[in-house]
Write a protein that binds this ligand. Structure first.
Ligand code: NAD
Length: 300
């Protein structure tokens, strides 16, 4: 089976690498020449456009930054829709607004093309290992058709519900992860102020009610978790800008639904400020660098 893979950046490249390893043919396209060259290094064949990748494959997978990018890549000039005929299946694995997934699904349905959303969790290490968590929204038979390709990239493929529901699950998850990152950073700054050892505190919290995935696997303090981005100069990982975007998706969804949210918008603004102070393209756990204490001359 040939997979047309559009968006071969930080996550797309290792994900398509696993498709190649599991025997899929991959025809890749990315607007960034460096990302496309990287896809070729991982065994993909280069396409000339998103439409070309769609035309030369049996299944289309996209891994793009945000809602506007999926609308352009699917429906824009030389986009995926131009390369597809009725009956074909597309899988968008980007994290986007569930409403954008539904809009793209509807536009493609007018051509008889099927669409499911399948955002992922786990970050670059699990994308490399092929052990991502994949949450899927769409018709059950479409999910089953895509499953062999999804299983090549992920360890857990969970069908959540109709188109857009994978994205709902993803934004709920990232609301919790984004808020946790800010909370963990605040807690460890307080501990540091008191001179409490960050490693010992990690040990305590990992056995207590404050334990969280972010602290265990993505510790914001350098030198505690060897594989964390913080121990590698906050090289992403998952960029601050992407986490701010995901919290924004959660906040927008809550607004549409008239659900009161207090903590998510606060965390979103902290990450947005970290971004505007130069940390946008570093890992989101670099919010710890941003949340440093004021100087001692500052009145309390
Ligand atoms: P990225 O910016 O590294 O990669 C996205 C790629 O899409 C880029 O190479 C870009 O050039 C390309 N692109 C943009 N518009 C395009 C178009 N119209 N046609 C073709 N290519 C286009 O981002 P990423 O970190 O790989 O993240 C991709 C998605 O996965 C995002 O929605 C993100 O929120 C989500 N995600 C990321 C992580 C992570 O740890 N990085 C984890 C889970 C989910």
């Amino acid at each position: 089976m040939n997979v047309g893979f559009v968006g071969t950046g930080t996550m797309g490249a290792p994900m398509l690498g696993n498709l190649v390893k599991k025997g899929f043919g991959v025809v890749a396209y990315d607007v960034a020449p460096a990302a496309l060259a990287n896809a070729e290094k991982r065994g993909a064949t280069r396409a000339e456009s998103a439409a070309d990748a769609a035309r030369r494959s049996d299944l289309v997978i996209t891994m793009l930054p945000s809602s506007s990018h999926i609308e352009t890549a699917y429906l824009g000039k030389n986009g995926i829709a131009e390369g597809l005929t009725a009956g074909r299946l597309c899988v968008d694995m980007s994290t986007v607004d569930p409403a954008a997934s539904r809009r793209v699904a509807q536009s493609l349905a007018a051509k008889g093309v099927r669409f499911i959303d399948a955002p992922v969790s786990g970050g670059v290490p699990r994308a490399e290992e092929g052990t991502l968590a994949i949450m899927v929204g769409g018709e059950a038979r479409d999910v089953e058709e895509a499953r062999p390709a999804l299983i090549a990239m992920g360890a857990n493929v969970i069908h959540v519900g109709a188109v857009g529901s994978g994205e709902v699950a993803k934004l709920c998850n990232n609301l919790i992860a984004g808020v946790s990152a800010v909370a963990v950073a605040e807690a460890f700054r307080i501990a540091e102020g008191f001179g409490v050892d960050a490693g010992i505190l990690t040990d305590v919290i990992s056995k207590s009610s404050g334990n969280t995935w972010v602290m265990q696997f993505m510790h914001p303090v350098p030198g505690i978790v060897a594989k964390s981005a913080s121990s590698n100069d906050y090289t992403p990982g998952f960029m601050t800008d992407l986490m701010a975007k995901d919290l924004g998706l959660a906040v927008n969804a809550a607004r549409e639904l008239r659900v009161p949210v207090v903590v998510a918008p606060a965390a979103q603004q902290v990450l947005r400020l970290a971004s505007s102070h130069g940390l946008g393209r570093r890992d989101f756990t670099s919010v710890y660098l941003f949340l440093k204490p004021s100087g001692e001359q500052a009145p309390v």
